[in-house]
Design a protein around this ligand. Sequence first.
Ligand SMILES: Nc1ncnc2c1ncn2[C@@H]1O[C@H](COP(=O)(O)OP(=O)(O)OP(=O)(O)O)[C@@H](O)[C@H]1O
Length: 305
Amino acid sequence: MSVIRLDHVSRWYGNVVAVNDVDMTIGPGVTGLLGPNGAGKSTLIHMMGGFLAPSAGTVTLDGDKVWRHQAAYRHIGLVPEREALYDSLTGWEFVLANARLHRLADPETAAREAIETVEMGPAADRAVGGYSKGMKQRIKMATALVHRPSVLLLDEPFNGMDPRQRLHLMDLLRSMGQAGRTVLFSSHILEEVEQVASHIEVVVAGRHAASGDFREIRRLMIDRPHQYVIRSSDDRRLASALIADGSSAGVELDARERCLRVQAVDFARFTWLVPQVARAADVRLYEISPSDESLESVFSYLITA
Ligand SMILES: Nc1ncnc2c1ncn2[C@@H]1O[C@H](COP(=O)(O)OP(=O)(O)OP(=O)(O)O)[C@@H](O)[C@H]1O
């Protein structure tokens, strides 16, 4: 069994704290590392893969520190996000070179199998420079799989893939997870993560914000207080009526924007109730729109929750 443990892990670049005191355990199966851009996902993945040293704390694989530990590298495959590849090499040469770097007993067979796994056989003799983004992604995946690692780490693997490639990769990750490998991939899209991952770790601004299966994470997101902007024929009167009704956690009159900013607790009940409250107060509604639906606001709720 391959378990990666992060124990009070931080990483800073000069003054920038990219990862802040994270405790996390990643076991067999597929885990999605979810977070907005700049949350620290790549930094975490590079530390888990032994590509980057933590500034504080420890990253271990089955109890052994990963950083500068040759033996651990043999069990880990990492598919980085960056595109930089050796453009003049063919896919086959690139994967084979990696197989040789790992000093595998039969590098040719290992390279062929890895290329077949990602269905790149037909394009293996073409130069990498001419590959599409999705094809580059798959050939990087083949190099990460060539030594049959028990841990596979992928940084934003679905970026640039077309729907067919995406489904293929999802199937591949699922079957690796079912076979008992420890698979972790990062993404900033919840829908993408919940289609493949049985477990989700959420990071925001370098901190570990939440952990659970996708139902739990979705519930956290849906149950959070929702912010609405409301415009009406009489914002002041509507504000008093909403406060009196008690279905809102906060009502703020924004005189400059000529609107109300309302914090709803139970959003299903709230959207059902507002028109009734408005009618009873003889106020006409012009607009009700959610103002905090961006992923960042959902995440920032999670981190303070
Ligand atoms: N080499 C570096 N030097 C300085 N700052 C860095 C470096 N690498 C990352 N950072 C900063 O650390 C923070 C976390 O970056 P990281 O790339 O780990 O996040 P991410 O969640 O992977 O984001 P993205 O999805 O945009 O790649 C960001 O503020 C980023 O600007």
